[in-house]
Design a protein around this ligand. Sequence first.
Ligand SMILES: [Fe+2]
Length: 205
Amino acid sequence: MLAAGADALTLGNHVWRRKEIGPYLEASDRVVRPANLASGSPGRGLAVVHAADGAPVAVLNLQGQLFMATPVNPFEVVDALVEEARSQARVVLVDFHAEATSEKIALSRVLDGRVTAVFGTHTHVQTSDARVQPGGTAAITDAGMTGPHDSVIGVKAELAIQRMRTGMGVRFEPATGGVRIEGAVVECDDDGRTLSCEALRVPVP
Ligand SMILES: [Fe+2]
């Protein structure tokens, strides 16, 4: 994905699915994992990359605690992280990888006026609430999924249903149909002030 042109990548609750990513994360300055994992975890939760015009852009990753096994409360660490990010960049983007819409909206409000944008992720389902909050911070509760939508959140539907119906382990395989690019487009000025925020939803033929 970096080779395809992504400037920075954020991760989530599957970060240790392949533990061998540890040394890679330790060395990478463009791939970040949630900042609120156990202390001593490899890698970091903040990256500073550069926009096309050379402006520094800070990218933060946090993970939610509601309905998820997350070692550290994100609300406990977010202030220090944002302060660190703002000391290095005017444009600050936050990926909050969380299950509950309430937790994602709450963090967006906590950060309103302090960062450029808060993108929720994890559910694979795009929400219809892309907005610029009163304090000027863009937010969307979930940016959605880039992947096959003719599926159960990316997995072949029959396999996901079989696992739910039987409660027995079923090896998941990615589906192939209905591929869409989903995300959000945020426009901001040189000071990191948000001008607009729109959900993005593009079918891939
Ligand atoms: Fe996730």
